[in-house]
Write a protein that binds this ligand. Structure first.
Ligand code: TXA
Ligand code: MG
Length: 364
C-alpha cells in the first residue's frame, strides 16, 4: 500500500473555496483518492472511471473487492454515463430526494468498471447535497465513487478527525468541512427487484419514500437478529465473513450491548449491568438520551447523551461520534439504549443492531 503524508485542508462547508476544491479535484483527475464531506458521512472518493484509482479506495480502507461502491454525481445528466435506462420510478425518486441521502440501485451501463459493481449487473448512484461534495464532483468533471471514509468494519466517520484517525498515511488529502449533518449513511433502495426494497435504511426514511412511491418495502429482517443470552453478551464478538451483507459492520472497536424495553426498565437494566461490570474492574460507557442522564450520574460510568430521544435527527447526527468517543476513552464495553423505529429511527436501530452483532438485551 502506498504511504502518504496526509494533509487536512479546511474548507467552507457552505461556500467551498474554489482553490481548495481545485486542489482536491486535481488529485481525483490524477487517479488519486481524496476524503471529502457529504451530508451523511465522510466519503473516500476516486474517479469512477479510473480502475487504478478505484483500487486505491479498496487498499486504503482494507475493503474486500466483493463490496460494491456508490457512485456520486452532481447532475442528473451524468446518469447517462452509468445506466442505460432511467425508469419512471427512478425519475420520480430522484426528483423528490436528490440532491440528498438516497442511493438508487439501477441497471449498470457498459462503461461502469467491475470494481464499482463487484461484478453485479447493477450500479448504486446518489447525488449528495453537501456543497463541498457537489463542487468537487463538478470540478473533477467525473462521477466520484466513494464508500464511507473509515477502515473496513469500523464506524463511518462524521468528522474529518474521524477519517484522519482511520486513514492517516493512507490517503493524500482530507477536506475538513466540519461535522456531517445527517450522521448516518444514505438509504440504499433497490429498484431492480419486482417491488422497490430498502437494502440499507438511512438518511431518507421509509415513510418519506412511501409518500412518493407507496410500494416501497422495508429492509428484510436479518435472521441472526434476536435476544442475546447473558453468555453471548459477554462473549467477544467474532467477525462474520459474508461480504456486503455483514451483520457486524459499522462496529466500534469495543463490544456494544443494546438494551430494549420501556425507558424505566431499560435504564435500570443498564445501570445494573454497568455496576456489575465495574465491580469486576471494567470501564463502562453508556449511550443514552438526555432524559436518561441523571440515572447514571454520581458513578464512574462514562455517560454520553445522544440528544433528545424524541428527536431522531439529533440521535443520528451524534451516534457515530459518540461511539468513537467512548472507544477513544478506552472503555471495555458500551451499553446503549434503543430508540423508536419511526422515521430516521429505523436507520439508527439498524446501525445499533449491527454494532451489537444483531443481538439485543430485553429488560422487562
Ligand atoms: O451515505 C452514504 O451512502 C456514504 C456517503 C459517502 O455517500 N457512502 C457509503 O458507502 O455509505 P459504503 O460503501 O460504505 O456503503 C455502500 C452500500 C453498501 O452496503 C453496499 O453493499 C451497497 O451500498 N451497494 C453498493 N452497490 C450496490 C449494488 N449494486 N447493489 C446492492 N447494494 C449495493
Ligand atoms: Mg461503509
Amino acid at each position: 500500500m502506498q504511504r502518504y503524508q496526509t494533509e487536512v485542508l479546511p474548507v467552507n462547508p457552505l461556500y467551498p473555496e474554489p482553490t481548495v476544491i481545485e486542489r482536491a479535484a486535481e488529485l481525483i483527475r490524477q487517479g488519486e483518492v481524496v476524503v471529502f464531506p457529504t451530508e451523511t458521512v465522510y466519503g473516500l472518493g476516486a474517479d469512477a472511471f479510473q480502475p487504478a484509482a478505484l483500487e486505491r479506495i479498496f487498499a486504503a480502507k482494507g475493503r474486500p473487492y466483493s463490496d460494491p461502491l456508490i457512485v456520486h454525481i452532481a447532475d442528473e445528466e451524468s446518469l447517462r454515463l452509468l445506466t442505460p435506462a432511467v425508469s419512471a420510478q427512478a425519475k420520480r425518486l430522484a426528483e423528490a430526494f436528490w440532491p440528498g441521502p438516497l442511493t438508487l440501485i439501477l441497471p449498470r451501463g457498459p462503461r461502469v468498471p467491475d470494481l464499482i459493481t463487484a461484478g453485479l449487473q447493477t450500479v448504486a448512484v446518489r447525488m449528495p447535497r453537501h456543497p463541498v461534495a457537489l463542487a468537487l464532483i463538478r470540478a473533477a468533471a467525473t462521477p466520484i465513487a466513494a464508500p464511507s471514509a473509515n477502515r473496513f468494519m469500523h464506524v463511518s466517520p462524521t468528522t474529518a478527525q474521524h477519517a484522519f484517525g482511520d486513514l492517516a498515511g493512507r490517503v493524500p488529502l482530507i477536506l475538513d468541512g466540519g461535522p456531517s449533518e445527517v450522521g448516518v449513511e444514505s438509504t440504499v433502495l433497490d429498484l431492480g427487484s419486482p417491488v422497490p426494497t430498502i437494502l440499507r435504511p438511512g438518511g431518507i426514511s421509509l415513510e418519506s419514500l412511501r409518500a412518493v412511491l407507496p410500494t416501497v418495502q422495508p429492509p428484510r429482517r436479518r435472521e441472526a437478529t434476536g435476544e442475546a443470552t447473558q453468555a453471548e453478551m459477554e462473549a467477544q464478538r467474532v467477525p462474520m465473513h459474508s461480504p456486503g451483507q455483514m451483520l457486524i459492520h459499522y462496529a466500534p472497536a469495543v463490544p456494544l450491548l443494546l438494551f430494549e424495553g420501556a425507558p424505566e426498565a431499560m435504564r435500570a437494566a443498564m445501570l445494573n449491568e454497568a455496576k456489575q461490570r465495574q465491580a469486576r474492574g471494567e470501564r463502562v460507557g453508556v449511550l443514552v438520551a438526555d432524559e436518561d442522564v441523571t440515572t447514571f450520574q454520581e458513578s464512574d460510568i462514562l455517560v454520553h447523551s445522544l440528544g433528545n430521544a424524541g428527536a431522531p435527527e439529533q440521535i443520528a447526527a451524534s451516534l457515530f461520534a459518540a461511539m468513537r468517543a467512548l472507544e477513544a476513552a478506552d472503555v471495555h464495553v458500551i451499553l446503549c439504549r434503543s430508540f423508536d423505529e419511526r422515521g430516521l429511527g429505523l436507520a439508527i436501530r439498524d446501525r445499533l443492531l449491527k454494532a451489537a452483532g444483531g443481538k439485543t438485551f430485553h429488560s422487562a
